[in-house]
Ligand binder design. Structure first.
Ligand SMILES: [Zn+2]
Ligand SMILES: [Zn+2]
Length: 273
């Protein structure tokens, strides 16, 4: 069964794993450029990050059977100062029309109060809307704390999700151009009501295969997009094929599985594959 992984941080995925994925017929990936690059300090480094994905990372992946590598561009909200935002957006503008650059992302928020997250996220949503391209929206994962030492309440997932959805609604962007990624039990219902696509990230600190099966049972296959995200620990980047196995084991019809691991992503990103 052909598969797409829509959240594939290719720079940190070992070649052996990429080869296993290629052998599993996962032949297409979308690489969100990193929004968290603490050691970046200039836009030249961001440009270099985009370029490496579009050249050497793409060529390597091709050798392993991942024949199609697409890029989403973003401004790293952790790493570069907001004073570089306008220039960062100019840089994104130079890339968005290029072949294999299919959208914006990842861009999103992790906290209730950190102001620069909102400034950057609003700018990314406006950019996606202006260029009429999809946006991969990062929503807070359960055990992720980018700002050590802050109050726990600042990471309330439901509150952050409310904030994200409010910004999306106010922007007027078409929900069908949005994938709210890293869904979990706490946030899924709210996100469902917004009307966008919903990303199910299967890796150690997010969802398990059986949880994804249970969401499928409850909501059906039409709006879910399965991906691996960071996928660290225990081979998580192999999680899209693993989810296929879990869904087959649960007797889900092949047609439904194909929607969640291939066709929904192909539609959202309008992929020429
Ligand atoms: Zn993310
Ligand atoms: Zn990510």
């Amino acid at each position: 069964m052909r598969m797409i992984d829509t959240h594939f941080h290719i720079g940190v995925i070992p070649h052996e794993w990429q080869h296993i994925l290629g052998l599993c017929e996962l032949d297409t990936v979308i690489v969100p450029s990193d929004q968290m690059i603490p050691d970046y300090s200039t836009l030249d480094m961001v440009k270099d990050h985009y370029d490496r994905i579009l050249t050497e990372k793409t060529e390597n992946a091709h050798d392993f059977g991942i024949f199609n590598v697409f890029l989403a561009v973003t401004f790293p909200m952790w790493g570069l100062p907001v004073t570089l935002l306008d220039k960062g957006i100019d840089l994104m503008g130079q890339y968005i029309g290029k072949p294999r650059v299919v959208g914006v992302g990842e861009a999103g928020m992790d906290t209730v109060t950190v102001e620069h997250e909102e400034v950057v996220f609003k700018a990314m949503v406006a950019f996606a809307k202006a260029h009429n391209v999809p946006i991969i929206v990062h929503t807070p994962p359960p055990r992720h704390s980018p700002y050590l030492g802050r109050e726990k309440t600042d990471y309330d997932k439901r509150k952050v999700m409310e904030r994200i959805i409010k910004i999306l609604v106010n922007s007027g962007i078409d929900p069908k151009k949005v994938v709210l990624d890293h869904m979990n039990k706490e946030t899924l219902e709210m996100a469902w009501d917004y009307g966008s696509w919903l990303g199910l990230s299967c890796c150690l600190d997010k969802l398990s295969g059986p949880e994804i099966v249970s969401f499928y049972r409850e909501y059906g296959p039409d709006r879910f997009i399965v991906n691996s995200e960071w996928g660290f620990s225990g081979g998580g980047n192999r999680s899209v094929p693993k989810v296929v196995v879990d869904m087959k084991a649960a007797n889900a019809p092949l047609e439904d599985i194909q929607k969640m691991v291939f066709y929904n992503a192909k539609t959202l990103f309008n992929l020429p594959i």
